[in-house]
Write a protein that binds this ligand. Structure first.
Ligand SMILES: C[S@@+](CC[C@H](N)C(=O)[O-])C[C@H]1O[C@@H](n2cnc3c(N)ncnc32)[C@H](O)[C@@H]1O
Length: 238
């Protein structure tokens, strides 16, 4: 199959506009052929945004997100692990949990980085206890899933974060949607992915997390192909 350009991949529930994450075998092979780590290959070659992952990590470091050396980290939808790998260069958590629906990528991350893959079901973080995580994050996930999926995860992210912990995620807010960008999406949006990208109102996020005891500390733009998402950083009150 591989010779004909197809991979057989194990797929689990991956609800949202984009049916499956990029294929594991083919992506790893292409990254190897390009002589790049898979995260850099995705940034540079697939997305045309070299250094994008590192620039977000740099901004988070400058905001003090890693300063307290979070001991427990949880990431939703790590995919290839491009943010995971760089997060592990910034801090040394005793436990790093992932919730990832694409099984081959989850297996790869468990093998490579010794993270703990939790079962994904209905956008719940049920296996993770209340108030147990120092840093909960997700990158380029909530613009690929439905409004309901993102909303369900938001409640869960606030629940599992410990008082004093941080929540970091990006969403495609109105700050990412000027007329030129909307025109670009309308004309270049990928065929077959009609529900991608998914937008999320910024104020709704801020207000929701406020009711859940989490205050907005910062927001900044992060590149996404020809467009961007907005990274929001919340702190949960002690
Ligand atoms: C666009 S990719 C981003 C991957 C990675 N965070 C990155 O930036 O390279 C979205 C990721 O979310 C995962 N995903 C989709 N639906 C999910 C769900 N309901 N729960 C957890 N992960 C999900 C996909 O398998 C994929 O790995």
């Amino acid at each position: 199959m591989a010779r004909t350009g197809f991979d057989i991949v194990r797929s689990t529930n991956n609800r949202g506009g984009v049916d499956d994450f990029i294929p594991f075998e083919a992506t790893m092979r292409a990254a190897r052929a390009a002589g790049l780590p898979v995260g850099d290959y995705i940034d540079e070659v697939m997305n045309g945004t070299p250094g994008a992952t590192q620039s977000t990590i740099d901004r988070l470091r400058a905001l003090g997100v890693f300063a307290a050396n979070p001991n427990t980290v949880l990431e939703i939808g790590p995919g290839s692990g491009r943010y995971l790998e760089k997060t592990l260069k910034e801090c040394d958590p005793g436990r790093y949990e992932i919730y990832e629906t694409a099984a081959p990528w989850a297996d790869y991350l468990v093998d490579t980085f010794k993270v703990v893959a939790q079962p994904t079901s209905e956008c719940s973080l049920a296996p993770t206890p209340d108030g147990s995580v120092d840093l909960v994050h997700a990158h380029k996930v909530f613009n690929t899933v439905t409004f309901l999926s993102a909303s369900r995860y938001f409640f869960e992210m606030a629940r599992v974060t410990r008082p004093g912990g941080r929540i970091v995620f990006d969403v495609m807010t109105e700050t990412c949607l000027d007329a030129a960008t909307m025109h670009a999406w309308a004309t270049k949006g990928g065929p077959g992915h009609d529900s991608y990208p998914a937008a999320m109102p910024r104020q709704a996020c801020v207000d929701l997390f406020e009711t859940l005891g989490c205050s907005l500390e910062a927001g900044f733009q992060a590149p996404m192909g020809f467009a961007s998402t907005e990274v929001l950083v919340f702190g949960k009150g002690s």
